[in-house]
Design a protein around this ligand. Structure first.
Ligand code: AR6
Length: 168
């Protein structure tokens, strides 16, 4: 898989699937979740999420993208940061793995990820970015060809760029 860093709004990206940083109840919220609901069409997406009902932290579930350019949305639930010794890293790694697995099931070749857990859930951005890059680098997918790490702020973008440069 090719891994790239992008700075901007994930909802406008022309990819097969975008990942949503959702909550366990899949009821929508602020941050990227709110932006995705607005752009996809809140009524349709709420209905699709309600039909699924729940997502365990570290897991991912798929809905259509409705009015998004992306065909699919993978809703994943990141860990709430509680100091780092509550299994946060393993849960965050699982979010990336399970989102790619869901993309593979749907034959999505390109997947865009927000910086899961680094907003409301409080995960330190540098540590989260390292997990994102290391985890995606370790996946050998025969379906997904391209992963975009989408930063919504300049600091996160620079962290992604430096990690990708160091590892490539
Ligand atoms: N495009 C790309 N990234 C974005 C966008 C966007 N349009 N908007 C925000 N971000 P957060 P979390 C970045 O808080 O920490 C919700 O209420 C943002 O700058 O969206 O996993 C859910 O319902 C940050 O870097 O997600 C949950 O309750 C990153 O996305 C809870 O927040 C993640 O920030 C999940 O919290």
């Amino acid at each position: 898989m090719k891994i790239e860093a992008v700075n901007g709004d994930i909802t406008g990206l022309q990819v097969d699937a975008i990942v949503n940083a959702a909550n366990q109840a899949l009821v929508g919220g602020g941050g990227v979740d709110g932006a995705i609901h607005r752009a996809a069409g809140a009524a349709e997406l709420h209905q699709a999420c309600a039909a699924i009902g729940y997502c365990h932290p570290g897991d991912a579930v798929a809905t259509p993208g409705f009015r998004l350019p992306a065909k699919w949305i993978m809703h994943t639930v990141g860990p709430v940061w509680r100091g780092g010794d509550h299994n946060e890293a393993a849960i965050l790694e699982s979010c990336y793995r399970r989102s790619i697995a869901a993309a593979e099931e749907l034959q999505a070749k390109s997947v865009a990820f927000p910086a899961i857990s680094t907003g409301v859930y409080g995960y330190p951005p540098d540590q989260a970015a390292r997990i994102a890059v290391d985890t995606l680098r370790s996946i050998d997918s025969s379906v997904v060809e391209r992963c975009l790490l989408v930063a919504f702020d300049e600091t996160t973008f620079r962290i992604y760029i430096s990690l990708l440069d160091l590892l490539s």
